[in-house]
Design a protein around this ligand. Structure first.
Ligand SMILES: Cc1cc2nc3c(=O)[nH]c(=O)nc-3n(C[C@H](O)[C@H](O)[C@H](O)COP(=O)(O)O)c2cc1C
Length: 322
């Protein structure tokens, strides 16, 4: 069953797998796209080591794009982080154009020049700001974003600055725009969440945590099992830059909560998190004591490790034509 999202992206089901640093490699992304959704290569896709070099970051992404193209002939997207300093953005954009990638997930600010270049190459723009807002959604529509993702505080990863849940942010954004389709993100992990998102006016769903305890994910096996065994009640929440973060319990996560309670600054807590490097330690390497394990509050209904195809078909069951 087609809708505006499937038509814009050339996919079968209106579901996107959100980028997740270190955890969205070619195998996972190709599996999502093969299953009928849109896979998205995120930061450090397919990597196990850290690099600060812009050239190396871009070349690593080119290799992962090529690998994804070998694994699937379906559309997939690449994350384009757009901030005021475009030093990382421009080389990745160039590669996206050269490799014929069909869509980008823009994470960051609205930049007219970047939009123009993408439009010139007929690359679809999925815009997902860290913190959705009425003004930002209207500006994104005016600038020509093809799809806007409204993310609620329920999400895994870096949560929005404002404590507005998925249930309230989605209709707020849907009502704010004229004609741009809106997708819902944050806490969606089963078909009830999908139906709720559509009832709120979303035309598609954008999920991250649900795509970690899957066979094709590069996440450590003990982390996949930990997510299956945990509920939202287990999650620890602490302040950091820019706002808050969640983790399943472990030595580092408990220390971060303690620092928060003792009044450490957001910057001090962020420093202890060490960017996404301690996410790599926790989630890719499986050391849940020394690293952290970031997931959204939607994990409760996840009861087993499944293949990507099973997950997509379960979430998209209302869209499967018999
Ligand atoms: C472990 C993890 C890492 C993430 N890393 C990124 C990232 O690097 N860039 C980004 O735009 N979003 C990132 N996200 C957010 C996801 O793309 C998606 O918006 C989010 O997972 C949706 O909420 P859900 O986890 O409740 O489904 C991350 C999420 C998780 C769980």
């Amino acid at each position: 069953m087609n809708n505006r999202i499937t038509e814009i992206l050339g996919i079968e089901y209106p579901i996107i797998q959100g980028p997740m640093a270190w955890l969205t490699n070619a195998e996972l992304v190709a599996a999502v796209s093969d299953a009928g959704g849109l896979g998205v290569l995120g930061p450090n896709a397919g990597q196990t080591t850290v690099t600060k070099s812009i050239e190396e970051t871009a070349e690593r992404m080119r290799r992962e794009i090529k690998k994804t193209k070998e694994l699937t002939d379906k559309p997939f997207a690449v994350t384009l982080i757009v901030d005021y300093d475009l030093s990382f953005t421009s080389p990745i954009l160039q590669i996206v154009i050269e490799e014929g990638v069909k869509a980008v997930l823009i994470n960051g600010i609205l930049d007219e020049n970047i939009f123009k270049q993408l439009k010139e190459h007929n690359i679809k723009i999925i815009f997902r700001p860290q913190t959705p807002s009425i003004a930002d959604a209207q500006a994104a529509e005016k600038m020509g974003a093809d799809i806007y993702v409204a993310t609620g505080f329920d999400e895994g990863g870096t949560v929005p600055d404002r404590v507005i849940g998925t249930f309230t942010v989605v209709p707020m954004i849907v009502d704010a725009v004229q004609d741009m389709p809106v997708m819902a993100a944050g806490g969606i992990a089963d078909v009830r969440g999908v139906r709720a998102a559509f009832a709120l006016g979303a035309e598609g769903v954008f999920a991250g945590s649900r795509f970690i305890p899957v066979t094709e994910s590069p996440a450590a096996e003990n982390v996949k099992q930990l997510i299956v065994d945990s509920t939202a009640e287990d999650l620890l929440l602490f302040r950091t830059v820019p706002s808050y973060y969640r983790s399943l319990p472990g030595k580092l996560a408990k220390k971060l909560v303690e620092m928060d309670q003792l009044g450490a600054s957001r910057e001090e807590i962020a420093q202890k998190m060490n960017g996404t490097r301690n996410m790599k330690v926790g989630m890719l390497e499986g050391d849940t004591e020394e690293g952290y394990v970031s997931v959204g509050t939607g994990i409760t209904p996840i009861k087993k490790i499944q293949s990507v195809e099973e997950v997509v078909l379960e979430l998209m069951q209302d869209f499967v034509e018999n």
